[in-house]
Design a protein around this ligand. Structure first.
Ligand SMILES: NC(=O)c1ccc[n+]([C@@H]2O[C@H](COP(=O)([O-])OP(=O)(O)OC[C@H]3O[C@@H](n4cnc5c(N)ncnc54)[C@H](O)[C@@H]3O)[C@@H](O)[C@H]2O)c1
Length: 305
């Protein structure tokens, strides 16, 4: 995520320092950055020469202290581990200028818990990019209990400068908004699969050929408005009690993980993957998503034009 986010800032004209623990990890990030740039060029969203110009604005380093010198904004995208993030925010607080904003790309950990490792929680906020960061427009700007309005507003403004679509998450709730919506769907999909209601392929198709198609254009609340709130209330009355509401990770998922079936990275998850399948699938995914985004942004343009 870090390398992709660095690419976004560089394309907006910012000078960026990309930090990781070793040269080989930096190189891994750089390769991901280049793949993203190639996908954008291929889709006609970047011009020849953009990739090189953007790369020139990014320096890579393993020296955190050097990278923090004089920064206006730090976006942390290290592993999703609260203790580690707290430890690092303690360091950022000491190494960065006092007026710098400290943002975390956490997928849903508590912003308030992370910020208590600093002396000024007012300058700490969530800035959650979605994967792949060079494509997905959403950025969730989340306020911790003590995040200042100025910090949140600055991150909303910066997100727009990156041509992203920011939303303001006013309360520091686990998973913010996007992952709460996403995991409500994942929980139900796992439940349906474990109960044998439909196959993995058919459950996925129910989303990609059904509500998923709509959601790129309009969210669940506008969908309800269009469907009629009386109709949605009637369905809610008999359906909500039938939905899975378990508070635990389902045994079905735990069994797969315990068996080493981790998805694409281990060659098997809900589906099987050969060595060549993963990169091919990622390329196809990027092309499809960019095509959909182009169609949707034309629709937006037509609406405003
Ligand atoms: N992968 C996703 O789909 C996704 C989407 C949105 C947000 N996020 C969030 O972004 C963050 C990073 O996720 P990722 O998928 O890119 O993980 P990743 O493991 O691919 O990358 C994390 C990087 O941080 C580096 N790192 C760890 N400790 C470090 C330290 N002390 N100093 C410098 N670098 C350090 C690691 O070496 C690694 O290269 C997590 O908080 C994650 O929840 C991930």
């Amino acid at each position: 995520m870090g390398a992709g986010i660095a690419g976004l800032f560089a394309h907006a004209g910012c000078k960026v320092s990309l930090v990781d623990l070793s040269e080989s990890l930096l190189q891994r990030g750089w390769r991901l950055l280049e793949m993203g740039q190639a996908a954008l060029l291929d889709a006609g969203l970047r011009e020849e020469g953009d990739a090189e110009a953007d790369q020139k604005r990014i320096t890579t380093t393993t020296r955190l202290d050097e990278a923090c010198e004089g920064v206006d904004l730090l976006v942390e995208a290290i592993s999703e581990d609260l203790d580690l993030k707290r430890e690092m925010f303690g360091k950022f607080d000491k190494m960065c200028p006092a007026e710098a904003i400290l943002a975390t790309n956490t997928s849903g950990l508590s912003i308030s818990a992370i910020s208590t490792a600093t002396r000024n929680s007012g300058r700490v906020a969530g800035m959650h990019f979605w994967n792949p960061p060079h494509i997905i427009p959403l950025v969730e700007v989340t306020k911790g209990d003590e995040t200042s309005d100025e910090t949140a507003q600055a991150l909303m403004d910066v997100s727009r400068l990156l041509s992203k679509k920011p939303i303001l998450v006013r309360q520091d709730v686990p998973g913010f908004v996007g992952n709460r919506l996403q995991f409500a769907v994942v929980r139900e999909a796992l439940h349906l699969l474990a109960e044998g209601v439909a196959s993995a392929e058919d459950i996925d198709t129910a989303m990609t050929a059904g509500p998923g198609i709509r959601y790129g254009f309009m969210g669940p609340l506008r969908t309800a408005d269009l469907g009629g709130l009386d109709v949605f209330r009637a369905i809610s009355e008999y359906l909500f009690t039938a939905l899975n509401s378990s508070g635990d990770a389902p045994p079905y998922l735990s069994n797969l993980v315990e068996a080493g079936k981790l998805g694409v990275k281990s060659g098997e998850g809900f589906y099987q993957y050969g060595a060549e399948d993963a990169p091919r699938f990622l390329t196809r995914r990027d092309r499809a998503l960019l095509g959909m985004l182009k169609a949707l942004s034309k629709e937006e343009g037509d609406k405003h034009g």
